[in-house]
Design a protein around this ligand. Sequence first.
Ligand code: G3P
Length: 218
Amino acid sequence: MKFFLDTANLEQIKEANDIGIIDGVTTNPSLMAKEGISGHNNVLKHYVKICEMVEGDISAEVIATDFEGIVREGEELASLAPNIVVKVPMIRDGVKAINHFSNNGIRTNCTLVFSAGQALLAAKAGATYLSPFIGRIDDTGWNGLGLIEQIVEIYANYGIMTEILAASIRNPLHIVKCAELGADVVTCPLKAMMGLLNHPLTDKGLAQFLADAEGTRG
Ligand code: G3P
């Protein structure tokens, strides 16, 4: 399973990249705004910086919601670097644009996916990645991981190549469960990713090893 970092924060991207645990980065307009990136040219420059830092796929999201606008923005984003993946919302014109991009060699990430039906449509259009938002489904009292399970089964039934990129990950357990279910990718905040490190027995065991090693020093 690939690990993508879900942020536009350059320090966090550098930290995760230095450890060597990320295969890519996903961003969205809210994450860009959180970093105070505003203005079209600044947004483009920020994407270029991320693409220079990380070798893997970098999802950059369009703002337009009409077909022509999505295509125009998507082509501009895709021209920034070879590892850009154009992130397109699951709406009628978005699906049409994903189909257009797929026919023209531009890779896509279909975002804001909340149902198996939407997952089928995105795959039909030729999406490279599909982003079901599991945390936001959990927030409504429904079962986000249940949707991942359903999509994994449906895609396996037909040998669909669209990669399931579980998004809106809130904690380390979400990551482990996605791995159990067979998601192709998880995208998560650094805190959830680093949470995988933690186990009290590791801390206890290390403290004991260090104490014992102290006793063996001559
Ligand atoms: O990038 C999309 C997704 O991961 C958003 O997560 O936490 O805003 O629901 P969240």
